[in-house]
Design a protein around this ligand. Structure first.
Ligand code: PLP
Length: 378
């Protein structure tokens, strides 16, 4: 099955009991047993497994070409479970120099207390990654591509080779691209993580996360720890996410088309000093993006020529672009990373420029979006 077909059908056979075309919301905590130990299909308690969650997990595994997926209550719950499974005190992890703020905080403020250390490196500099890996012998290399908020694109295949040469696993946070635009497991990554809150859910109405793997033994470890620690996706959240996933392919096409037009307009605008969008031919990682991705995504960042105060002002002046954190929904959003999503990276090596504005370009009419940005830029 091709991607669009899997998004609609994988894990979603009509309900055997009623023929319901859409997987029912199994809003139940427990399941009747037919005699002690006589579970139906192995379902005994919904922290351990739930049919609606399982439908989402099967669909996500199919979309990423993995063997299994696990769905969590949030992207951070997914990351936390994965890192508890893979890391022990004394282990080191290499993370991107512009990692997602919440990921940075998890390493910097939580895992550091448990003896797991991290180092940052610009991952599009493979030599720097190789050197850092040779020096610190990391257990994992944690990658994001495109990165947030500077939209660097990392060569996943090359990074996987570097990781494996140093006996490290490569984890790829595929939230910004979504599995429609890129499939890291096919490129050599060992594990994919998602905040399904973003493009997979796609409608800004549910928080969730996922881990996708291609190693059955790791999947079993993860399932054990997911059940032991409990950060699972609830049935209604799993259902909402699955509903969003069905239209992922068509949504991503429009996100990419609208973002390209927005990036081109900003690149020609005198109030803008620099635009970050991998689809622009002048972007330093344009070539690798063009070979690795099916499209360039819906995220665009730009620096404001007049400086940080003006950047903050612009964020308050748009009418269609809603001022808010998060991304990947049908509606366009605008934010100031240095004071919002990336405030926790302030003063660290991951600090982002204060004149930077980040856009999540939605599915509205692109003419309306361009007009809104033009009036806000003045
Ligand atoms: C939002 C996000 C996360 C965290 O996911 P939540 O669902 O908010 O917990 C992780 N990585 C990236 C790239 C994100 O954008």
């Amino acid at each position: 099955m091709k991607f669009e077909t899997k998004a609609i059908h994988a894990g979603q056979d009509p309900d055997p009991l009623t023929g319901a075309v859409v997987p029912p919301i199994y809003q139940t905590s427990t399941y009747k047993q037919d005699g002690v130990g006589g579970t139906r299909g192995g379902y005994e308690y919904s922290r351990t497994a739930n049919p609606t969650r399982r439908a989402l997990e099967e669909c996500l595994a199919a979309l990423e070409n993995g063997t299994s997926a696990l769905a969590f209550a949030s992207g951070m719950a997914a990351e936390d479970c994965l890192l508890r499974v893979l890391c022990r005190p004394g282990d080191h992890v290499l993370i991107p120099a512009d990692a997602y703020g919440g990921t940075f905080r998890l390493f910097d403020k939580v895992l550091s207390r448990w003896g797991v250390s991290y180092g940052t490196v610009r991952q599009n500099d493979l030599e720097a990654v190789d050197q850092a890996a040779a020096g610190r012998k990391p257990k994992l290399i944690w990658a994001e591509t495109p990165t947030n908020p500077l939209l660097s694109v990392i060569d996943i295949r090359a990074l996987a080779e570097v990781a494996h040469a140093h006996q490290a696993l490569l984890v790829t946070d595929n939230t910004f691209a979504s599995p429609y635009l890129q499939q890291p497991l096919d490129l050599g990554a060992d594990i994919v993580v998602h905040s399904t809150t973003k493009y997979l859910g796609g409608h800004s109405d549910v928080v969730g996360g996922a881990v996708v793997v291609k190693d059955p033994a790791l999947a079993a470890d993860l399932a054990f720890t997911q059940n032991a620690t409990g950060g699972v996706a609830g049935p209604f959240d799993a259902w909402l996410t699955l509903r969003g996933v069905k239209t992922l392919a068509v949504r991503m096409e429009r996100h990419c088309a609208n973002a390209t037009r927005v990036a081109e307009m900003l690149a020609a605008h005198p109030a803008v000093s620099e635009v970050f969008y991998p689809g622009l031919p002048g972007h330093p990682d344009h070539k690798i993006a063009a070979t690795q991705m099916r499209g360039f995504g819906g995220m665009v960042s730009f620096r404001v020529a007049a400086g940080p105060d003006k950047a903050v002002e612009i964020c308050g002046r748009t009418r269609l672009f809603t001022l808010g954190e998060s991304l990947g929904g049908v509606e366009s959003l605008i934010e100031h990373p240095a004071r919002m999503t990336h405030a926790s990276a302030s003063g660290s090596p991951l600090e982002v420029p204060a004149d930077l504005v980040r856009l999540s370009v939605g599915l509205e009419d692109v003419g309306d979006l361009l007009a809104d940005l033009r009036q806000a830029l003045g």
